[in-house]
Design a protein around this ligand. Structure first.
Ligand SMILES: NC(=O)c1ccc[n+]([C@@H]2O[C@H](COP(=O)([O-])OP(=O)(O)OC[C@H]3O[C@@H](n4cnc5c(N)ncnc54)[C@H](OP(=O)(O)O)[C@@H]3O)[C@@H](O)[C@H]2O)c1
Length: 306
């Protein structure tokens, strides 16, 4: 018997620690350009997606909302996530209000703290910088204080569940030591070049659902060029994107592939069933020389010392 739980192709779901169902594959919307996002979201929902991953900082939530509306699918059938940006750590509800207004929604299904790094609030500046180019951190505020604010959101009815993004094990340990609510999810960069084995194990032991961002390797989908990924795709007569999305799903991890190309949107969410041997090879790919790569690494200039 396989050591991996089977994930049925099509619209499968995982369960959050709130009891809510979350579709295993969601459409990413970062860097989806103006004029294309609404169409991509509409195409995805029409192709069967029921999960859309948005964020305040992506600057395109108005179009995401238009795409949702144009799809004609009832709000109650969709799972929508947004994220609180660093400049709003002291007031996450204000950020959520802006996102809801732009999305044209009354609530989101999940709201995440985008990064565990509070940034200075300087008017409308999205990414306040220090003179050396690093990001201007708000060092008088901790991620745990942000979480205390987040914990108030479900009672407002504006977010059904709360979670985090880009939290490592040490950050989660700090948070869990004080939290009243265990985060429902942790969204991080995760693909075969950065499988996050330790973090997945930790989160799963605490009932925190893992979500894979940049599952294809981000811009241009470099992971899809990998020889192993391509050979497994060939063996299943599938697209390489289906291999990496299904690999995440079979590990119990939600995958959030982004595309604005209708044919890719259509393909990316169709899960295939990988064998244990294929899973093992993909799990170990990062051990090969040159195959351990983090692609999303903003210059936070962060340490754990505040
Ligand atoms: N929480 C966070 O801090 C964070 C950070 C990064 C990302 N995210 C979320 O995760 C989502 C996905 O990550 P991502 O946008 O970085 O990258 P990704 O989904 O790994 O890759 C997107 C790239 O792959 C291309 N692509 C899509 N399907 C393909 C296919 N079947 N064959 C070949 N190329 C394909 C896309 O091109 P086209 O669009 O031109 O088709 C795009 O260039 C984001 O959109 C966002 O929602 C969250």
């Amino acid at each position: 018997m396989s050591q991996y739980p089977s994930v049925a192709p099509g619209q499968s779901t995982f369960k959050l620690n709130t009891g809510a169902e979350i579709p295993v594959v969601g459409l990413g919307t970062w860097q989806s350009p103006p004029g294309e996002v609404a169409k991509a979201v509409e195409a995805a929902i029409k192709a069967g997606y029921r999960h859309i991953d948005a964020a305040w900082i992506y600057g395109n939530e108005e179009e995401v909302g238009q795409g949702i509306k144009a799809s004609g699918v009832a709000r109650s059938e969709l799972f929508v996530t947004t994220k609180i940006w660093g400049t709003y750590h002291r007031q996450p509800e204000a950020c959520l209000d802006e996102s809801l207004q732009k999305l044209g929604l009354e609530y989101v299904d999940l709201v995440l703290v985008h990064w565990p790094v509070p940034l200075e609030k300087r008017g409308d500046e999205k990414i306040p910088l220090n003179p050396d180019g690093s990001r201007a951190l708000d060092r008088d505020w901790t991620p745990e204080q942000t979480w205390e604010q987040m914990e108030k959101l479900p009672a407002t009815g504006k977010a059904k569940a709360i979670g985090v993004s880009n939290w490592s094990v040490p950050y989660l340990e700090r948070l869990l030591a004080k939290a009243k609510t265990v985060p429902a999810a942790n969204q991080v960069e995760l693909h075969p070049f950065l499988p996050q084995h330790e973090l997945v194990k930790f989160c799963q032991s605490k009932g925190i659902l893992m979500q894979a961002y940049s599952p294809l390797g981000s811009s241009g989908g470099p992971v899809l060029q990998d020889e192993l990924v391509q050979s497994i795709a060939k063996a299943h007569s599938a697209d390489p994107a289906q291999v990496v999305v299904s690999w995440a799903a079979q590990r119990g991890v939600v995958a959030l592939p982004k595309s604005v190309t209708p044919s890719r949107i259509e393909t990316n969410h169709k899960l295939i069933t990988l064998t244990d041997d294929e899973m093992l090879k993909l799990n170990e790919l990062h051990q090969q020389e040159g195959k351990s790569i983090r692609l999303v690494s903003p210059n936070w200039g962060v340490d754990l010392e505040w």
